[in-house]
Ligand binder design. Structure first.
Ligand SMILES: [Zn+2]
Length: 99
């Protein structure tokens, strides 16, 4: 899944929002990553290793993704494992900045 980004390479991967299901260029979405060691982090750079989930920078999408547990599902979390509150706070703050 890793692609070297070279100058002039216009390839932008498309990812699906865990809230509304819209497909958008990855650069327009917020990324949440489950690190190889299991830690869950918000990834503002889009560069961290690990399994990622994506959501629109939109409070409505965040809310929906949170209620549906779709990010936890995309990250293949264990049952009973969930996205920690500080991650949601960081995502909301980022969504507000982008709005
Ligand atoms: Zn969305």
């Amino acid at each position: 899944m890793r692609r070297a980004s070279t100058p002039g390479n216009k390839y932008t991967p498309i990812r699906r929002c865990a809230g509304c299901g819209t497909r958008r260029p990855r650069t327009e979405l917020l990324r949440i990553v489950r690190r190889p060691e299991g830690e869950i982090v918000f990834d503002p750079t889009g560069r961290l290793d690990g399994r990622g989930a994506h959501v629109c920078p939109d409070p409505a999408c965040l809310e929906r993704a949170r209620k549906r547990g779709s990010i936890a599902r995309s990250l293949h979390l264990e049952q009973g494992q969930y996205i920690p509150d500080p991650i949601w706070e960081a995502l909301s703050a980022a969504a507000e900045r982008r709005a």
